[in-house]
Design a protein around this ligand. Structure first.
Ligand SMILES: Cc1cc2nc3c(=O)[nH]c(=O)nc-3n(C[C@H](O)[C@H](O)[C@H](O)COP(=O)(O)O)c2cc1C
Length: 202
């Protein structure tokens, strides 16, 4: 499966047409438990395509306030070992070590880093854009036939842990998006009551 050829800058894009397949996917996509993600995962070409699609996300001011780190299993295993030792040294609850299984299971992981900083557009909007990238990444992975899991966990907020992943000063983790194939069918979860959260005004 290949992406359509890129459209030249400023050239007209195809207008949206009804897509029952896309509707069905949007209506049924679900996250997988990260520990249940296994081979096959995306190959290098598919990862490149998935990132290409993820980077086609709205951002105010064309600041592109995000970047990617693609983490294979080797680097994640090494980092998880260091995080395990860190969790013990910091006296964190045993759960902090247990959740490291979510970090290492999937064949491939994309770390989406928010690089938001004071600029022409509000930082909040830049951070929202990083969230949009994560969601588009999950949809793109789904279009290639892969399941995904968006995880943060304690090490996304720990100043000592972040450098292990290459997260720099002032940057934030938007999400670790784990990619692979779900071991078992995913079960629907509860969804919000739209009437409770939606207002219609004339
Ligand atoms: C920003 C963000 C961070 C999350 N971090 C975690 C996490 O650390 N651990 C976890 O088990 N789930 C986490 N989740 C929730 C999972 O991604 C969850 O599987 C997902 O929201 C389920 O929704 P879905 O099936 O509609 O995709 C996070 C979700 C978001 C949006």
């Amino acid at each position: 499966m290949t992406l359509p050829p890129p459209v030249d800058l400023g050239a007209p894009l195809p207008s949206p047409t009804p897509s029952p397949e896309m509707l069905a996917r949007l209506a049924t996509r679900r996250s997988a438990p990260a520990q249940a993600l296994t081979e096959p995962g995306p190959d290098a070409g598919q990862v490149a395509d998935i990132l290409t699609l993820a980077a086609r996300s709205p951002d105010h001011g064309k600041l592109f306030p995000w970047r990617f780190v693609v983490l294979g299993p080797v680097s994640r295993a090494e980092i998880a070992e260091q995080l395990g030792a860190m969790a013990v040294a910091k006296g964190l609850p045993s759960k902090a070590r247990a959740v490291l299984a979510k970090l290492t299971a999937a064949p491939t992981t994309v770390l989406v880093i928010s690089t938001a900083a004071p600029a022409s557009k509000p930082v909040w909007e830049q951070q929202l854009s990083a969230g949009a990238v994560c969601m588009n990444l999950e949809h793109a992975a789904s279009a290639f036939g892969f399941a995904s899991s968006w995880i943060t966990d304690w090490y996304s907020y720990d100043a000592d842990a972040l450098p292990l992943f290459g997260v720099g000063e002032g940057e934030k983790v938007a999400g670790f998006i784990h990619l692979g194939t779900a071991l078992e069918p995913l079960l629907e979860r509860d969804r919000p009551d739209l009437t409770a959260i939606t207002q219609h005004r004339p």
